[in-house]
Design a protein around this ligand. Structure first.
Ligand code: NAD
Length: 322
């Protein structure tokens, strides 16, 4: 049997529709989705057929207070014919957020850990409270939401997880010791969950966004801020969370409709002694430092096995020289 199309353009239209990335029947949880990036993610997922849990505590940018900002996003989704439900819990109560997905939609397929706040101060002036609240919201909150979703993902052998890191973590930023350490903790968490989830069809990736939001409104010059639309990052997150995307364990930086992959690289290094019997002095380290830090032939280690496996070569070389 074959179907006749009245025109080539009709056929093209159908093919384009068929290749559209949809999330029908998928349940997506976005934390911190009442504003900024999370709101853009929630709106895009819903417009593509997903049932969305719009979580937001509605706190200030520093983490104080609470409000029901999630409601406005849910209303917007519903007014466009989409399906969404609000959740107002703190991400530290991640189990309640995931329960909202299960109670309302019966499953969870995608978890975008996005909620976040700032407590910027130079390290000398940073209090333990400034440290703890940032670690709690970003790291413990994301861990708790993910921990609650994990058994569902394992059981159905499918799940997509996003953690949100920051250039502040990858590269450091004055006044953000608490925030940058939390954002790098999420990279470590994602690295391991990408390994632990792989055999259960769970993909874990990290997004490193740069977007105009209340977190950046007084940091970024207005002209640049206006260009940094969260809506230009949402499609990257949506793709990472789609069933057709096999990306796992990656750090994807994105802004302005640009996206790129980041990873750590290691120099070739230098063997600093001649044989297994030799000891090593700080002076020898000094004298070989330019080779230790020569990044001209640096490469990525794909796994901990590769990174430590290369140490076997060091033993071999040291054993062979007497
Ligand atoms: P935003 O302030 O516009 O949105 C964050 C939302 O998270 C807010 O609506 C807030 O109420 C909510 N939230 C805060 N604490 C919460 C908690 N404990 N539980 C539930 N919800 C909570 O900020 P944004 O710029 O859209 O940031 C989103 C994420 O992206 C954050 O993790 C942030 O660190 C990260 N990020 C943003 C940028 C950027 O350029 N905007 C850069 C790097 C990383």
């Amino acid at each position: 049997m074959f179907i006749q199309f009245k025109s080539v353009s009709k056929l093209n239209q159908l093919l384009t529709t068929m290749s559209k990335l949809r999330f029908d029947e998928r349940v997506v949880v976005v934390t911190g989705a009442g504003a900024g990036l999370g709101k853009a993610y929630a709106l895009l997922f819903a417009s593509k057929g997903a049932k969305v849990v719009v979580n937001d505590l509605g706190s200030s940018r520093h983490g104080d207070g609470a409000s029901r900002v999630a409601d406005t996003v849910v209303s917007e989704i519903k007014s466009q014919g989409g399906q969404a439900v609000a959740n107002y819990d703190n991400v530290l109560d991640g189990d309640k957020i995931i329960k909202t997905a299960i109670d309302n939609f019966g499953r969870i397929d995608v978890l975008v850990n996005n909620a976040g706040i700032l407590r910027d101060k130079s390290f000398a002036r940073m209090s333990e409270d400034d440290w703890d609240i940032i670690q709690n919201v970003h790291v413990k909150g994301a861990m708790r939401a993910t921990k609650a979703a994990w058994p569902y993902f394992k059981q159905q052998k499918y799940g997509k997880i996003i953690f949100t890191s920051s250039n502040s973590g990858l590269y450091g930023n004055f006044g953000q010791a608490n925030y940058s350490s939390a954002k790098m903790a999420l990279v470590g968490l994602a690295n391991t969950l990408a390994i632990e989830g792989q055999s259960s069809g769970i993909n874990t990736n990290v997004i490193v966004p740069t977007a105009g939001s209340r977190l950046t409104e007084d940091i970024v010059p207005p002209d640049f801020y206006n260009q940094l639309k969260p809506e230009l990052i949402a499609p990257v997150v949506a793709w990472l969370c789609h069933e057709d995307c096999t990306e796992n364990g990656s750090i994807i930086e994105s802004a302005l409709g640009w996206a790129g992959k980041c990873h750590l690289i290691r120099s070739n290094g230098s063997i600093l002694r001649k044989s297994l019997q030799d000891s090593l002095t700080p002076e020898t380290v000094r004298d070989n430092w330019s080779q230790v830090t020569d990044m001209s032939t640096a490469k990525r280690c794909e796994s901990i096995a590769e990174a430590t496996g290369e140490l076997m070569n060091v033993i071999e070389q040291l054993s062979s020289s007497k």
